[in-house]
Design a protein around this ligand. Sequence first.
Ligand SMILES: NC(=O)c1ccc[n+]([C@@H]2O[C@H](COP(=O)([O-])OP(=O)(O)OC[C@H]3O[C@@H](n4cnc5c(N)ncnc54)[C@H](O)[C@@H]3O)[C@@H](O)[C@H]2O)c1
Ligand SMILES: [Zn+2]
Length: 367
Amino acid sequence: MLGAIVITVPVPLGDRRYDVSIGSFSAAQEAEVLAQALGRVSGVAVLVDGLLAQISPRVAALVSALSARMPAVRCFDLPAGEAAKTLSAIEATCQWLAQNGYDRGAAILGVGGGAASDHAGFAAAVYLRGIPFAVCSTTLLGMVDASVGGKTGVDLPAGKNLVGAFHQPRAVIADLGFLETLPVREQAAGLAEVVKAALIADAPLLATLEAHVGPWTPQALEPVIAAAVRIKADVVTEDEREGGRRAILNFGHTVGHAVETESNLGLRHGEAVSLGMVAALALGAARGVTPPALVGRAARLLARLNLPVDVAARLTPAVFARIEVDKKRRSDKVRFVFCPGPGQAVLQDVGLDEIRAQLPPALAAQV
Ligand SMILES: NC(=O)c1ccc[n+]([C@@H]2O[C@H](COP(=O)([O-])OP(=O)(O)OC[C@H]3O[C@@H](n4cnc5c(N)ncnc54)[C@H](O)[C@@H]3O)[C@@H](O)[C@H]2O)c1
Ligand SMILES: [Zn+2]
């Protein structure tokens, strides 16, 4: 059975171009898209998020449909979620790839959320100095953000995403059927990155999110995912290796990363980004960059999407200390992304003293 409408968003990176296919796929249809994108391969190593492998029957269906089309299709379960993003997990994967005889002609398929796609992409970037990979993204955050753009990597005890590589996938599939098992909290976390994309680059998308009533069904999510992917594809195409414009994707992430780390895994990434966006909007308003009305407007939308907005309560000295060591810091300035209006972004360096002094009163005044 074929799914309904499939939306294809190209990522036009020259000889590294690929498509992001969004829709409700049958396993056969999905396997066909992957087989076409990967071409002739000597084998396919399917690296699956360990929890997903247990709870979703779609994984086994996909693997069997792939086996009907491609050689040496074997599955390896990754530790679930962020636990896959360690160098020791990468070592385990590479060891398994070698033991199973995967050679330079083989390809990797990552199946799972952003953690699984970051792991799969990085394993593909380093195994035998690089083999092709594709992603079947199964969380909303993975679909709208992590699976697109070619940033791959793992964490260190010293911090998240500190080891990695740029390696573009050959194909990305956002199969809406996987979203059926996704917990609502994970869905909300994914929507935070959609709000981010709307605020920095797509005013009509912001209006669409605000106008939506009722639950976010896969059908309601499909055009929203496509819009967010188009934005990411646009920005990445213009600046593949984050020399310039790609930095706007960090909107909400300066304060967001700091509160995320300080929460000791209490906050999902998207929840932290929600808090970080409120902080960036309020600071932007205090600097005269952001229209004050936009702060309240965005905070109302985020709250309605079940995302936290009370960032003032989280601005502890430890959070400021984290902002200070933010890896995007330059000398005594922190590079902030501000939103001068719906669908717009500017980068400005802000002194640490200004952040410490202005952020709490700015929040008290605006939210
Ligand atoms: N490479 C990039 O450009 C980029 C961008 C954004 C985020 N990321 C990374 O993505 C990661 C976060 O991704 P995430 O939010 O998808 O988290 P995740 O991959 O950790 O998945 C969240 C949880 O959902 C489970 N899960 C996955 N699919 C499911 C499904 N269909 N049904 C039920 N449960 C499911 C997982 O087992 C996990 O427990 C972070 O490590 C972040 O650094 C990378
Ligand atoms: Zn993010």
